[in-house]
Design a protein. Structure first.
Length: 256
C-alpha cells in the first residue's frame, strides 16, 4: 500500500504504539489523520505534532466501550473526510495477574476494549470500505497472540482472538479489494508496559520501531507483520518445540 496522499484513522492514538504509528504515517506523507482515543488532552498534543508536519488532522475523543458513541463518530468522520483508506486498530489495555487472582472488572475491560471495541470500529469501517471497493485494515495484536504468556491470560486471549478474526476477515473482504493485516509487536516501551512486570530475557523495543515495521509491511503488502527478532524466535519455537517453550515461559514469567 502506498500511503502517500491517503486518509487514515488510528485508534488508541493518544499514546504508545498508536501515537508512534500516527506520527510515522504523518512523516510518510498521508494527507489526513483521524485520531481516536479517550483522552482528549493527549489527543490534542499528538494532533499538534501531526499538524506541525503539515498533515491535516481530526481528533475523535471516543470511548470504545460505548458502541453508540463509536457509531456516531465513525459516521460523522466518514461523511466529512471520505474516502478513508486505512484503519489501524491500536487501542488496547493490559492487566497482569495470575488468572486465579484476576478481577472481573479488569477482565471485562480487556475484552471490551481490546476485542469488542476493535470489532465495532472494524464493522463500521469495513462496510464503508466495501462500498468504495478499497481499503486496508490493520489490527494490532501482539506476540502474545501467538505465544501465550503466564500472568497475562486474558490479554493473551484477546490477542489470539484478534489474529483469528483478522485471518477470517481477510478471506471475507478480499473480493471487496480490502486488505486485512495483523501487526504483532513484542513487548514495547509504553505507558501501558511500564505497569507490567517484565519476563526474564525480554528486551523491550520502542514504539517507533513498531511503527516503522508497520510502514515496511504496508509497502510489502504483508498479511502478517511480526516485529523483532525475539518475536520470530518465539513463534518458531512455538511451532517446533512447544513444550520446551512452555517450560521456558514458566521459568521466565515474573512473580506477580
Amino acid at each position: 500500500m502506498d500511503i502517500r496522499g491517503k486518509t487514515a484513522l488510528v485508534t488508541g492514538a493518544s499514546r504508545g504504539i498508536g501515537r508512534a504509528i500516527a506520527l510515522e504515517l504523518a512523516q510518510q506523507g498521508v494527507k489526513r489523520l483521524l485520531l481516536v482515543a479517550r483522552d482528549r488532552d493527549r489527543l490534542a498534543d499528538v494532533a499538534a505534532e501531526v499538524e506541525a508536519m503539515g498533515v491535516a488532522v481530526t481528533t475523535l475523543s471516543v470511548d470504545l466501550t460505548r458502541s453508540s458513541s463509536i457509531n456516531i463518530a465513525i459516521a460523522q468522520a466518514w461523511r466529512a473526510h471520505r474516502p478513508i483508506h486505512l484503519l489501524v486498530n491500536c487501542a488496547g489495555v493490559a492487566h497482569q495477574a495470575p488468572f486465579l487472582e484476576t478481577k472481573q472488572l479488569k477482565v471485562e475491560e480487556e475484552i471490551s476494549i481490546n476485542l469488542m471495541g476493535m470489532l465495532t470500529v472494524t464493522r463500521l469501517m469495513a462496510r464503508r470500505m466495501a462500498n468504495q471497493k478499497e481499503g486496508t485494515i490493520v489490527n494490532v495484536s501482539s506476540l502474545m497472540g501467538k505465544v501465550p504468556a503466564p500472568t497475562m491470560s486474558t490479554y493473551s486471549a484477546t490477542k489470539f482472538a484478534i489474529i483469528g478474526f483478522t485471518q477470517a476477515l481477510r478471506s471475507e473482504l478480499a473480493s471487496h479489494n480490502i486488505q486485512v493485516i495483523a501487526l504483532l509487536p513484542t513487548l514495547t516501551n509504553t505507558d501501558m508496559a511500564s505497569n507490567l512486570k517484565l519476563f526474564r530475557w525480554v528486551m523491550p523495543m520502542t514504539p517507533e520501531k513498531v511503527a516503522q515495521a508497520l510502514i515496511i509491511g504496508l509497502h510489502k503488502n504483508s498479511s502478517e507483520i511480526i516485529v523483532g527478532w525475539q518475536s520470530y524466535l518465539a513463534v518458531w519455537c512455538q511451532r517446533v518445540f512447544p513444550r520446551l517453550l512452555q517450560k521456558v515461559l514458566m521459568f521466565a514469567a515474573p512473580s506477580v
